[in-house]
Design a protein around this ligand. Structure first.
Ligand code: NAD
Ligand code: TYD
Length: 350
């Protein structure tokens, strides 16, 4: 089986690529990524020389390029993760999100349809999406299920909701084999330090302010990224065509409680007196349209396909901090911008 994984140089994509390359030596894995600021080939140093792995630099918005790639490679399946993924950037530059997340997804769907010529036997288009398409929950105990109506608020979530609808439209209209999963907030290794947890780890290390939007009362449901990659593996192999699965860790935290817990872990790991890192917490202007609460009901995935998260949040957070402290070169290359030269240095003349 030859699988196209898009966005494989990003945070979650790199974990999915690693898992598939290492677990399925008989699959051919093609990683297609534009290498935007969020794409980092240093996320994949341990698998880049594997015989069943190939990297292709390219933009999913370029329809002709995508069609050529499908014609040339004859993919059996697509696991689509490439996206603009940061809510704050979507507020300042929404059109970039429409182009990559909506137009890019449609280009992939269309190229797959043309390439597979209506024969979807042993073919699959898997779209990796987010719980943010469901909008926001109140402070109670309600959770998002697969039946929750879409109600996106940010340009990011609106673009992901739109791309989900197009995937379903290809299933309903053309009978293409499609599956979608909607996952909660991920954390773990190789997370770009613009998102809450890696940004805070980086700032605490450097004794810089930890920016908390508003009062820090917004709630997110956190899942360890390797548990997400395992869920994608299970869904890719076992889900029936047309199905949607929610993926989540049953791990709800207000931002401020999460950051206080992180501060304690950082004080311990950096041998600082307890309370040192908490002093860096700085309340800043709230994000526009900031969703109050996300929480995922992942019962369907557990009951039908047997997936459950493997790590409790405190354990995962400590593992994540250990990883960032042990991988200073990775973090320094990201913050200095050096990581953006890796492709020119290592790939361009091959
Ligand atoms: P990321 O921003 O870390 O990585 C995105 C990758 O896509 C990067 O490698 C980037 O170079 C690539 N890319 C962007 N535009 C492209 C284009 N036009 N053509 C080709 N490649 C392009 O994102 P992530 O956090 O790893 O998220 C991956 C997917 O999972 C996204 O679809 C996102 O919506 C979804 N998701 C993320 C989370 C989360 O917590 N991070 C949760 C649920 C779902
Ligand atoms: P983020 O990591 O950007 O993920 P998402 O917006 O997709 O949930 O943000 C997680 C939460 O942390 C969200 O409620 C916004 C908040 N946040 C801060 O308080 N400060 C920050 O510097 C960032 C990046 C996020």
């Amino acid at each position: 089986m030859k699988i196209l994984i898009t966005g494989g140089a990003g945070f979650i994509g790199s974990h999915v690529v690693r898992r598939f390359v290492n677990t399925y030596p008989n699959y051919e894995i093609v990683n297609l990524d534009k290498l935007t600021y969020a794409g980092n080939l240093e996320n994949l140093l341990d698998v880049e020389k594997s015989a069943n792995y190939k990297f292709v630099k390219g933009d999913i918005v370029d329809a002709a390029f995508i069609q050529n790639l499908f014609d040339k490679e004859n993919f059996d399946a697509v696991i689509h993760l490439a996206a603009e993924s940061h809510v704050d950037r979507s507020i300042s530059n929404p059109i970039e999100f429409v182009m990559t997340n909506v137009v890019g997804t449609c280009n992939l769907l269309n190229a797959a349809k043309t390439s597979w010529k209506g024969d979807y036997d042993k073919k699959r288009f898997y779209h990796v999406s987010t719980d943010e398409v469901y909008g926001t929950l109140g402070e109670g105990t309600e959770m998002f299920t697969e039946e929750t109506s879409y109600d996106p608020h940010s340009p990011y979530s609106a673009s992901k909701a739109s791309s989900d609808h197009f995937v379903r439209a290809y299933y309903d209209t053309y009978g293409m084999d499609c599956v979608i999963s909607n996952c909660s907030n991920n954390y773990g290794s190789f997370h770009f330090p613009e998102k809450l947890i890696p940004l805070s780890i980086h700032n605490i290390k450097q004794n810089k302010a930890i920016p908390i939007y508003g009062k820090g009362e917004n709630i997110r449901d956190w899942l360890w990224v390797e548990d997400h990659a395992r869920a994608i593996d299970v869904i890719f192999h076992k889900a029936k065509s047309g199905e949607t699965y929610n993926i989540g860790g049953h791990n709800e935290w207000t931002n401020i409680d999460l950051i206080r817990t992180l501060c304690k872990v950082m004080d311990k790991k950096l041998n600082r007196e307890e309370g040192t890192s908490e002093k860096l917490i700085t309340y800043v202007t709230d994000r526009a349209g900031h969703d109050l609460r996300y929480a995922i009901d992942a019962k369907k995935l557990k009951n039908e396909l047997g997936w459950e998260p493997s790590l409790q949040f405190e354990e995962g957070l400590e593992k994540t901090v250990d990883w960032y402290l042990a991988n200073e070169t990775w973090l320094n290359n990201v913050t200095s911008g050096n990581y953006q030269h890796y492709y020119e240095e290592q790939y361009q003349n091959r």
